[in-house]
Design a protein around this ligand. Structure first.
Ligand SMILES: Cc1ncc(C[n+]2csc(CCOP(=O)(O)OP(=O)(O)O)c2C)c(N)n1
Ligand SMILES: [Mg+2]
Length: 534
């Protein structure tokens, strides 16, 4: 008995479903409607967003919070180019999402006939921001591309993946049935030689310091065991925030940009950097960290062991496995017992900047107080988030997300929307500036339509304040850094959302609690002047 043929569109969606994708963020067009026949038959959830960039941002937020990839469906041409920025953000932060696009009919490809939604080479456009990008010309090729795409999504260093399908191919029929692609191999154990080189450095060190990035997010237990055993310190990047509770005595928090922490790094006699690129966006105030000690780097990406910081000991392996291997290092009392807990250094950091950011600190504490312990903030490129990257207290990993690597304005709201759709039982909050929020504010309507609970806190300083401040610091007269804002609260009401202004920390905490308890989104506008005066 032979199976009834399916459309290729159905085959694609059933393959996604068979491999664990249950949500698609997308915008249909006449070119990709056969994917939507597939969605109905495979019973995969579709979320209609208001712009393709936001389909990618939402899939990114979905994956960051849940660890599971989602897909985005877009049309050829403008659908792909609109999604590109979201892909690039996910690529730079190693987040898995699968973009499925249509392409013009095969006969036209490469001829430049000017068919609808044509790009000269659609695949080439996304190739630089994906772990895999493939254009299918036959169903067999499509099958191979989907396998390669899932391999990229599940790679030790995950990346977004892309597959495009010509519209005549999506409508074809096939007897192919979904394949469950092999899961990624077991986590990579560090080579014994590298592990023992790291062990001997640690065994004789008197002042060990660990820098943990997003790649160490699953390694909190072994990190804690190790840092306690060697009586050292641990500092994280923003992506690694909370991997060790920030209240832990060994924690210096996500304080890499601060001179006080950099001095301590310079004073260390061995530095272990695990799951971090040590990139400019991790360090910010300087382009180089002042290492004077031998550097051990632990990473699943071999390219990260010898880039702008060449490691003395290069450990190509999984973070948790490698740290477990190092945890046998003999316990001793030493540096931290002598120099004081991380909280003492953090008090020095706070003291040095108290006059600069008292209002921001108060707002971030009020935000923290209004969100349950396992609640999550998705932040945007705004001054309040740059401060929150350090000040917001994270007692566990995965509770504070920032578009670190690519730094894209407009990320917070759609990413938070995608996260809440992935985990409707969790408190998820967006935090954006008055200018950046307007990049993607239209997703408020998606949240209204789907009754997605979503507080959106807008830090309103009536300016592109960071850029204004940078211009002033550079002696440039501020130009292009003041924009007329809408009345955000009235706009929320016009969209069918809730909205209110909050003028104090206590009011914010209270309003957040209420917003998290009601269906649908709530705009909470904070006038920065109310806090600057503190
Ligand atoms: C897509 C994109 N375009 C431009 C920028 C540069 N940029 C970074 S912050 C910023 C101003 C943001 O203003 P606002 O959201 O009000 O935050 P504030 O600095 O005032 O807190 C701009 C234009 C960017 N990061 N991303
Ligand atoms: Mg602003």
């Amino acid at each position: 008995m032979s199976a009834a043929p399916w459309t290729v569109g159905r085959y694609v969606v059933e393959t996604l479903a068979a491999n664990g994708i249950d949500t698609v963020f997308g915008i249909p067009g006449v070119h990709n409607i056969e994917l939507y026949r597939g969605l109905e038959l495979a019973r995969v959830r579709h979320v209609l967003v208001r712009h393709e960039q936001n389909a990618a941002f939402a899939a990114d937020g979905f994956a960051r919070v849940s660890g599971r990839p989602a897909a985005a469906f877009v049309i050829s041409g403008p659908g792909v180019s609109n999604a590109l920025t979201g892909l690039a953000q996910a690529y730079s932060d190693s987040v898995p999402l699968l973009l499925i696009a249509s392409a013009p009919v095969r006969a036209s490809l490469g001829h430049g006939w000017g068919v609808l939604h044509e790009l000269d080479d659609q695949r080439a456009l996304v190739a630089g921001v994906t772990g895999f990008a493939g254009s299918a010309r036959s169903v067999q090729q499509l099958q191979a591309h989907l396998a390669a795409a899932f391999a990229a999504l599940r790679a030790p260093r995950a990346r977004p993946a892309y597959v495009d399908i010509p519209l005549d191919l999506i409508a074809e029929h096939t007897l192919l049935r979904p394949e469950v692609f092999a899961r990624a191999a077991a986590p990579r154990a560090a080579p014994a030689e590298a592990l023992s080189a790291a062990q001997s450095l640690l065994a004789t060190s008197a002042r060990p310091l660990i820098i943990a990035g997003g790649g160490a997010r699953q390694a909190g237990g072994p990190l804690r065991t190790l840092v306690e055993a060697v009586d050292g310190y641990l500092v994280t990047t923003v992506a690694g925030k909370g991997v060790l509770a920030e209240s832990h005595p060994a924690s210096l928090g996500a304080s890499l940009p601060y001179a006080e922490t950099q001095e301590r790094i310079a004073a260390a006699d061995v530095v272990i950097a695990v799951g971090t690129e040590l990139s400019e966006t991790d360090v910010y105030t300087s382009t180089r960290l002042p290492f004077s000690a031998p550097l051990v780097r632990i990473d699943v990406d071999a390219g990260k062991l010898h880039d702008h910081y060449d490691a003395a000991v290069k450990v190509h392996g999984d973070a948790a496995l490698t740290l477990q291997g190092l945890a046998g290092t003999a316990a001793r009392r030493g540096w931290r017992s002598a120099s004081g807990d991380g909280s003492a250094l953090r008090a020095r950091i706070d003291g040095a900047r108290d006059t600069a950011v008292p209002g921001a600190r108060q707002l971030l504490r009020a935000l923290r107080a209004g969100i349950p312990a396992d609640g999550v903030v998705f932040s945007d490129m705004t001054q309040i988030a740059y401060r929150g990257n350090y000040i917001y207290s994270a007692e566990r990993p995965g509770v504070w997300f920032h578009p670190s690597g690519y730094g894209t304005l407009g990320y917070a709201l759609p990413a938070a929307l995608g996260a809440r759709i992935a985990q409707p039982e969790r408190a998820i909050v967006a935090l954006a500036g008055d200018f950046g929020v307007q990049f993607t504010l239209q997703e408020l309507m998606t949240a209204v339509e789907l009754e997605v609970t979503l507080p959106v806190v807008i830090w309103n300083n009536n300016a592109l304040a960071q850029i204004r401040d940078d211009m002033r610091a550079a002696g440039i007269a501020p130009i292009g850094v003041q924009a007329l804002n809408p009345d955000f609260v009235a706009l929320a009401h016009a969209c069918g959302a809730f909205g209110l202004r909050v003028a104090s920390g206590a009011a914010l905490t209270q309003a957040l609690t209420a917003a998290l308890a009601r269906p649908g989104p709530t705009i909470l506008e904070v006038d920065s002047a109310d806090f600057d005066r503190l």
